[in-house]
Design a protein around this ligand. Structure first.
Ligand SMILES: *[C@@H]1O[C@H](CO)[C@@H](O)[C@H](O)[C@H]1NC(C)=O
Length: 208
């Protein structure tokens, strides 16, 4: 039993040592639209002829065999890399839709996948512009606040000064004196006063 297990282990390690391994280069590529990009698929058995196929999925965690096979044509060029037929995948004039993860498969062995990220150059400029605008707005806000505070302080100061100046000749007070003067001239005020003083003596108060 022990012998059998040992034999199996040896057999497995030999199998692992001789198993085909596939690597991909680069593992990540970030590019702006209209740029070009190449991915390479490398077999661990460079001395053997092999055929590589490319599959594309949206994200790393997706099953590569459920992805669509990438075929040469148009902007996509698939060339041989050493003895590996189709070991080089190049995309020219990259579109935003090209973004995703590219897996290569050599003789039923999958590569680890290479991610392609595509950014619009315009969006980067736009983002930059937005950041600048934001910074500008913050500065503008600060300036406005400072101006408002300064204006408020100035107004308060001015009001204080005005109050000091007009303490003895406030227009409203002036009007009050004027009105009183008119009433005094007509004699109405004194007449009414005399009526008030005269009433309690003569007639009874209406509430009694
Ligand atoms: C891939 O498979 C073919 C045919 O089975 C074989 O001739 C070739 O050596 C294999 N290549 C690798 C790298 O294992």
């Amino acid at each position: 039993m022990r012998c059998l297990l040992g034999f199996a282990l040896i057999h497995m390690s030999v199998a692992l040592n001789t198993a085909l391994r596939v690597s991909q280069k680069p593992r990540f590529y970030g590019v702006t639209t209209r740029g070009s990009v190449c991915f390479y698929c490398l077999s661990s058995k460079q001395h053997l002829e092999a055929r590589a196929r490319w599959y594309k999925v949206g994200e790393y965690h997706e099953e590569p065999d459920k992805g669509e096979e990438v075929k040469a044509g148009g902007r996509i060029d698939i060339r041989a890399k050493a003895l590996t037929e189709g070991g080089c995948l190049c995309i020219q004039d990259v579109h935003v839709e090209d973004r995703g993860v590219f897996f290569c498969r050599v003789n039923n062995t999958w590569g680890p996948g290479s991610e392609l990220q595509v950014a619009r150059p315009l969006s980067r400029i736009h983002a930059l512009h937005k950041t600048e605008m934001k910074d500008g707005l913050i500065v503008l806000h600060a300036l406005l606040l400072a101006v408002c505070i300064a204006a408020m302080l100035l107004r308060q100061r001015k009001l204080k000064l005005e109050k000091q100046d007009s303490e003895y000749e406030e227009p409203e007070t002036h009007h009050v004196y004027e009105g009183l003067a008119v009433e005094t001239c007509g004699g109405g005020l004194y007449e009414e006063l005399s009526v008030y003083y005269a009433q309690p003596e003569g007639a009874e108060a209406p509430w009694e």
